[in-house]
Design a protein around this ligand. Structure first.
Ligand code: PEP
Ligand code: MG
Length: 580
């Protein structure tokens, strides 16, 4: 068979080699026949049973989700459940059976075609992807009606010769995709889908190479064809020649070697080619995570999200003693390297207790420092515990979500009060402990003089800064496509923050998601950032990138990016930085 190459959208990095395993949509095998009047209600019941069974399947997938399953998955399952109960899907086909006497499958595909035709009128990419959800729900129902299996056999993913398989499908629902998590499948190729499609998001979370939006790959590829997925370039090579296979096996081995090599950078200093030292820190959620930070040689903990000590405890707050032990354990595990403990950031998407969620708009409600100032005893208890831990190593205190001067003043007064209480009790702490502000509300980034005068350091929470600046709820998948970390507004706020901190001579870090995104490392260092805090898993790759950077070459491009309000010019500038 002649080899050919198909182009698609790369969604998760890596190379996969294996044989094709085709997943055919059930709609292709649907029978069309008319049922007699006396059979109509039985046919209606068959479809109703399939609807109920599909809902049970979704619930089962929900309850089987592992704790570390990507959070978007729950949302996808909810969307599918919603479709299942929508009258357009749950009622209209029943009417078609009753009025036109179609068999259940035919009635269902007839109604689905009507719904899909409505979606075809829509230009919007995001809504087109919701069309894929309807198709996936229909596919689940049809498989139940026709009795074809939707679950994978236990040995799925390898053929009889133990060769790994690659899933090729028109589309794969995120729910079905979870089945592949522990299987031996090594890659995904789908006709449908875009960069923000469910398949894309889940395969990225699973870390499995995938190319989506391939048009009609599932028709061009045959069962058992040899495939190479190059999800860096976004291509799939079908029936590759031996020489190409060998070349890709070598590339795959090189990626493995790269990962091993990265591990050797653990003790190397993060210094750019021009000699600029960069501080790479770890974000952690619990004291146990300090081990992962040490494993990658982090220079310290740049963000300890202390709220994780408070969550999931049925409202029973950790005592001062319990908190102190947790902070001390972290500080001691970091062996003298600094630990920046962020005070409690609850509310909004991080409720202490499920009952707290029922506020009008939690992201704009009593969250983080607002919550702490409204609960002074809780805040003082935490501040005392953090201060006590500072006697055992270098500790900084970081305050989330500040936006008003009076919040800064009240916070500093409470730190002073906590210190005073410890002095009276004769308990040791670091009298010179530094207190910093998170810059994560646009109001803060636009009133930096207020912050640099009173705070010892700044740390930018880009996750929230983007959420609040672009007015997109970071937990709402429906607006996820509007998330843009290089929106000119975000870049302006970052530039203003680093300039104000430099002018005031105080340190500034980034601890939001942008800090761990390797595509942005050059941009951020070029803009003047010297401290980045990120999940430990990203740290070594970022270190390697830092070591390849010559900042002396960056200035003209950075200036051009920051002067521009054209997304294309900004994107072009970021690409140009990668080439230097
Ligand atoms: C942020 O907002 O970028 C941040 C680091 O804090 P969190 O993600 O915990 O809100
Ligand atoms: Mg935040």
């Amino acid at each position: 068979m002649a080899s050919f190459t198909l182009q698609g959208i790369p969604v998760s990095r890596g190379i996969a080699i294996g044989r094709a395993h085709l997943l055919r949509p059930a709609a292709l095998e649907v029978q069309h026949y008319l049922v007699g009047q006396e059979q109509v209600e039985a046919e209606v019941l068959r479809l109703q049973n399939a609807l109920a069974e599909a809902e049970r399947e979704l619930q089962k997938i929900w309850s089987d989700l592992p704790a570390d399953a990507p959070s978007e998955l729950g949302a996808f399952l909810d969307v599918h459940s919603l479709f299942l109960s929508d009258p357009m899907l749950a009622q209209a086909p029943l009417e078609i059976i009753r009025t036109r006497h179609y068999n259940a499958e035919w009635a269902l595909v007839t109604q689905i075609d009507v719904l899909l035709a409505q979606f075809d009128e829509i230009e919007d990419d995001y809504l087109r992807e919701r069309k894929a959800d309807i198709e996936q729900v229909a596919d689940r129902l049809l498989k139940l009606l026709t009795g074809s299996a939707t679950t994978l056999p236990p040995n799925a993913g390898v053929d009889e010769l133990n060769t790994h398989m690659i899933v090729v499908a028109r589309d794969i629902s995120p729910a079905d995709m979870m089945q592949f998590q522990d299987s031996a499948f090594v890659g995904f190729v789908t006709d449908e889908g875009g960069r923000s499609s469910h398949t894309a998001i889940v395969s990225r979370s699973l870390g499995i190479p995938a190319v989506v939006g391939m048009g009609n790959a599932s028709h061009l590829i045959q069962q058992d064809d040899w495939l190479i997925i190059d999800s860096v370039a976004g291509v799939v090579i079908v029936a590759p020649q031996q020489i190409i296979l060998d070349e890709y096996r070598e590339k795959q081995a090189a990626i493995q070697r790269f990962r091993k090599k990265l591990a050797k950078l653990k003790k190397t200093s993060a210094v750019t080619k021009d000699g600029t030292p960069i501080t790479l820190l770890a974000n952690i959620e619990l004291p146990e995570h300090a081990a992962a930070a040490n494993e990658v040689g982090a220079s310290g903990v740049g963000l300890f999200r202390s709220e994780f000590l408070f969550m999931g405890r049925d409202g029973i707050l950790p005592s001062e003693e319990e908190q102190f032990e947790a902070y001390r354990a972290t500080v001691q595990a970091m062996k003298g390297r600094p630990v920046t403990i962020r005070t409690l950031d609850v509310g909004a998407d991080k409720p202490l207790d499920e009952a707290d969620v029922a506020t009008l708009n939690p992201a704009l409600g009593l969250r983080a420092i607002r919550y702490c100032l409204a609960e002074p005893q809780l805040f003082l208890t935490q501040l005392r515990a953090i201060l006590r831990a500072s006697a055992f190593g270098k500790v900084n205190i970081l305050i989330p979500m500040l936006s008003h001067l009076f919040e800064i003043d009240q916070t500093l007064a409470m730190v002073a009060q906590a210190k005073q209480q410890l002095i009276l009790q004769g308990i040791a702490f670091d009298a010179d402990i530094k207190v910093g502000a998170m810059i994560e509300v646009p109001a803060a980034a636009l009133s930096l003089p207020m912050f640099v005068k009173k705070m010892d350091f700044l740390s930018i929470g880009t996750n929230d800064l983007i959420q609040y600046t672009l007015a997109i709820d970071r937990a709402d998948y429906a607006v996820a496509h509007l998330y843009d970390d290089v929106h000119p507004a975000i870049l302006q706020l970052l530039a203003m923050t680093v300039a104000a901190a430099d002018k005031a001579g105080i340190p500034v870090a980034i601890c939001g998601g942008m800090a761990g995104d390797i595509k942005l490392t050059r941009l951020l260092l070029g803009m003047g950032f010297r401290e980045l805090s990120m999940p430990p898993a990203q740290l070594l790759e970022i270190k390697q990138e830092v070591m390849n950077i010559d900042l002396l070459l960056f200035n003209p491009i950075i200036k051009k990016i920051l002067r521009s309000y054209e997304p294309e010019v900004i994107a072009e500038g970021i690409r140009a930085l990668q080439l230097l």
